[in-house]
Design a protein around this ligand. Sequence first.
Ligand code: SF4
Length: 365
Amino acid sequence: MIDLQLKVDPFPIVEPLVIRLQTVQASRFPAASENDAMLVYHDENIADFDVGGFSLRVHTTDAQSLDGDVVLVTPGRNTLHRLIRASSRHNTLLITEQCDQKCIMCSQPPKKHHTDLFDYFLQAVLLAPAQTTIGLSGGEPLLHKARLFEFLEKAQSARPDIRFHILTNGQHFDKRDRTSLSALNMRSILWGVPIYAANAAAHDQIVVKAGAHKTLQKNLAILGTCGAVLELRTVLLNSNVLHLEDLANHITKHQSFASVWAIMQLENIGYARMNWDREFYDSSFSFVDVAKAIDLATGRGMETLLYNFPLCSVPSEYRRFCVASISDWKQKYLSTCDGCSLRSTCTGFFEWYSENKGFKGIVAQ
Ligand code: SF4
């Protein structure tokens, strides 16, 4: 597992500080700024960076791996947060931990408190490597949509090369947002929106919110008319596996403008861990209902992908739909995977995956 937070020695600041760490003199970041911190010393346990004449000591065994990382240092805390890792394509900014839904498989259960970090996130985006895709997630980011739209406008204006992948439950758009959405470069934003069933009652039961499906349908139409690039996301559960084919029919009729439909395996953390025994669907045991849904959706021209599915949990003829989607910092493989010929393209498992409660059909290929 890759650390997203690193220990630092006390540092004399009164406001949070966003800086880009650099470990080589010949910078690959041509527009070096006052937010750049140069490595001045390191050994096998620490790395000292010069931040405007002050030394920031980071406890790390691999100083070079931090090159280009954009980090947040917070007053009074002895950790820094790696907001953007230059060497990774899996960078996500957590906009808020608040949410109005309580999805039974939520990996990040909601909290009441919110800290507005948009100004720091904007600084981080400005320092990101060229052509980076940055995820924005929660909680529900659209609970703070005025600030979110302002952030996106400023970020896109300063860094038109950056792409965003926004995960939202789709509950908080309304017609008045068309002006804000139209002001954005919508081609640079992928909106990831979950839908769990065509049947409203089944969807509402999974997200634990009455009326959520109805609101979602209305708001997906708003996104569609604003030219949104849409990724519909469906976590596979015992609660919805028998609804999948019906859902494929629904989205190919009503959200046919979507760019992709992602069917996702369960991540065993948060509420999903609590509900694992009831909701984990072992696709290595039976793939029939997933296959029917894929066949129907792709037959109607909808690009369909499988996220978080280990390759050997999927019949060979459907493996071409699998994406190595698990973020590098929380990805692992099992001892069974040693020597597997598919390992380099397989997504593997979440760090917190428990073998004795998981797939029964994991076999090296
Ligand atoms: S054995 Fe491991 S690496 Fe090979 S396909 Fe299965 S999960 Fe992937």
